[in-house]
Write a protein that binds this ligand. Structure first.
Ligand code: T46
Length: 136
């Protein structure tokens, strides 16, 4: 997990943020998806990924992430358009919509693959214990 501050250009016409140098995180963006039309109070996520790595940001609204590597838990609030969050493999995530219609954009290192999901928390914990992921 890492917070990323996107370079931002401010002018009287508004704010432009960009992110182009992602080689420190993963080699290629294979997929971009976004989640919108979500009401305040909704929780999404509740899964981990075997291999997928992602960079995510919230260009509009407020979304709270609860991240869990199986040993410790951390909460991150995404509420600024130029604040990104890198989520590595093997991290259990839950996302809480703190404002109606908050938007989540995600750049992903792999194509969509349901087999990469771990949707059962006990299975996730047993994979952590077995050393499935080498933690940095
Ligand atoms: C993640 C968090 C941050 C697809 O068909 N293609 C896709 O690229 C994605 C991401 C999802 N789907 C399907 C799979 C489900 O039938 O869309 C449905 C909703 O997916 P899910 O319940 O996994 O959505 P979230 O919001 O719980 O999780 C998503 C991503 O799936 C996940 O990788 O890390 O956002």
């Amino acid at each position: 997990m890492e917070i990323i501050k996107f370079p931002t250009v401010l002018s009287k016409f508004g704010m432009l943020s960009y992110f182009q140098d992602f080689a420190d995180y993963f080699s290629e963006i294979k997929r971009i998806y976004y989640i919108c039309g979500v009401k305040k109070g909704i929780r999404r996520g509740m899964h981990a990924h075997k291999e997928l790595e992602q960079i995510t940001f919230c260009p509009y609204g407020t979304i709270r992430f609860r991240l869990d590597d199986g040993l410790s838990k951390e909460e991150i609030i995404l509420n600024e358009p130029n604040k990104g969050l890198y989520i590595g493999k093997g991290i259990w995530r839950e996302m809480y919509w703190e404002e109606d219609n908050s938007v989540l954009v995600v750049a992903a290192s792999m194509l969509y693959d349901e087999n990469d999901y771990i949707r059962d928390y006990e299975t996730f914990l047993s994979m952590v214990k077995s050393g499935y992921w080498v933690r940095k």
